[in-house]
Design a protein around this ligand. Structure first.
Ligand code: FMN
Length: 334
């Protein structure tokens, strides 16, 4: 049995479960980690890897789902870049009917919370897919108005606050499940878009989806991706994601709307940065491709930090950024 030194802070003995657990939009999360859409298939992909467990994540977001099945984009669909990767999968998925009837019954809902990820080319398609998931055991619905890899819909909705608000309001009308809106970083004013999505009925926000990018092979003069352009993810986008989370937090925080911060998180320190910036939960996607055990490392690192700083729960850290405004005349940049 571990005996604590007399000077040990009071929360040094707190269990990992007590430190990491939280309520998120009415759901019980056992960890602030959310496994991100497109990086874990339909929730089963990594469960075949020895040592991996969905239980290490508070929630798992399923691959983007549309009304009809989609075959996706031509190869190559992924391409490594310095500190990150580009992808242009093109929303390959078997369609909502197959997901609801054949995939959801296979998921073990005792392990974690499962969140659907909804996409479409028209508002009607978003509504149809949301309605189908509403009538299913799924725990929550994330609407992806920010996918950069489809020709119509997707990011087109996400880049215009009016369009974003219309999609959110229409989906809100057909579901009482927690509704999360995933915002695009490829727009002028993400905070304004966040404000409009909150007004339209979003319960939470996911910040950010991938950034538009491309790569070229100079030997062949061909693009690295079959789709030419794609979404950049991984550590390369982390500073941008962190700023976007902070900007959205300033709008969402006063309304008590939680944020799933994401973009390049690979270490416990990355996750802590996002929490301090204002995220209530932290998304992990690309990092899983090179370390499927990364959730255990991040959970352990967060627990160590909370114990060292005498914090009773991860939520005590959310939005605690010291901006420099406390020190008069302290410049933040330049
Ligand atoms: C291969 C791949 C597929 C993705 N597919 C989706 C998707 O279907 N829906 C969605 O909302 N985001 C999708 N994303 C974006 C991720 O969910 C996440 O927002 C983004 O990659 C940033 O996090 P990361 O840097 O930790 O990967 C995908 C990302 C990757 C790398």
């Amino acid at each position: 049995m571990t005996t604590l030194r007399p000077e040990a802070p009071p929360h040094a003995a707190a269990t990992d479960a007590a430190l990491l657990g939280q309520r998120f939009c009415g759901m019980q999360f056992s960890s602030p980690i959310v496994l991100l859409s497109g990086c874990v298939g339909f929730g089963e992909e990594y469960t075949r890897v020895e040592g991996f467990s969905n239980r290490d994540a508070g929630a798992v977001v399923l691959k983007g789902t549309t009304g009809a099945a989609r075959l996706g984009n031509p190869a190559h669909r992924v391409c490594e870049t310095p500190g990150g990767m580009l992808n242009a999968i093109g929303l390959q998925n078997p369609g909502v009917d197959h997901v609801v009837r054949h995939i959801l019954p296979q998921l073990d809902f005792s392990e974690t919370r499962f969140i659907a990820n909804v996409s479409g080319s028209t508002i009607e398609e978003y509504v149809e897919v949301t309605r189908r998931f509403d009538d299913s055991p799924i725990d929550a619905i994330e609407i992806n108005i920010s996918c950069p890899n489809v020709k119509e819909g997707g990011v087109a909705f996400g880049n215009y606050p009016d369009m974003s608000a219309q999609v959110v309001a229409a989906c809100r009308r057909v579901t009482r499940k927690p509704l999360i809106t995933k915002l695009s970083p490829n727009q002028t004013d993400i905070a304004e878009n966040a404000r409009r999505c909150i007004e339209a009925g979003s319960d939470a926000l996911a910040v950010i989806n991938t950034l538009m990018g491309m790569a070229i092979d100079v030997r062949t003069r061909r693009a690295g991706l079959g789709n030419v352009q794609g979404g950049l993810s991984g550590p390369a986008i982390k500073p941008i994601a962190l700023l976007k989370v902070r900007q959205v937090y300033e709008v969402a925080g006063p309304h008590g709307i939680p944020i799933i911060g994401q973009g390049g998180i690979t270490t416990p320190a990355d996750a802590l940065e996002f929490l301090i910036a204002g995220a209530t939960a932290v998304g992990v996607g690309t990092a899983l491709f090179y370390n499927p055990m990364v959730c255990k490392v991040i959970n352990n690192g967060i627990c160590d930090y909370l114990r060292t700083h005498d914090l009773a729960n991860v939520t005590e850290l959310v939005g605690t950024l010291r901006t420099g405004n406390e020190v008069p005349g302290c410049a933040l940049s330049g």
